[in-house]
Write a protein that binds this ligand. Sequence first.
Ligand code: 5GP
Length: 206
Amino acid sequence: MKKKGILIVVSGFSGAGKGTLMNRLLKEYDDYALSISATTRKPRAGEADGREYFFKTMEEFEKMIAEDALIEYARYVDNYYGTPKAYVEQKLEEGKDVILEIEIQGALKVKEKFPDTLLLFVTPPDANTLKNRLVGRGTETMDVIESRMKRAKEEAKGIENYDYLIVNDDLEECVKEMHQIISGEHRRCFRNMEFLNQIKTELKES
Ligand code: 5GP
């Protein structure tokens, strides 16, 4: 059976541990390609252009919008974030499962455009863990942490739109679980119509 790439969106509250989870998933399995977003946010210490994000000025970002170079984009706490189209299309063609690590507005836009997208939501076991992780990360000011906690409250309302919930309390378990969910998704009948039609034809002819 020829494997077709799936488009996967992973969202989660800021501080849910998505980044670490994605890095582990990509290290352990070579089925996946992680899309690199464009953003107008300034790089954090340790982030490099073209690795975590393509860091853009507002003008550059607006040019990408005008040229229809983004699958989706959204505003998140004073900055723009968007998914460049070309890389995603290329990797899907190659048969990779492409992961977009994006927030909820973007996730819903992707689902609308591509209804076969698998939507996964990562959450820590409780809200305290979330705040502790954000503070512990030490990369944001208290103001930004408060904005991100506020945003988390808003985003919580939309979680029901996602296909699966992934509770990140144990990293190793979480990575395995995510891979299993995606493997199961590949077995869905609607994703295997070519194979089903072939078997039906063979049955008819036998
Ligand atoms: P951060 O500033 O912490 O790197 O990201 C802030 C939020 O923006 C996270 O929820 C992240 O998933 C989301 N995000 C990152 N890239 C994109 C993107 O291309 N599109 C959208 N809609 N959200 C994104």
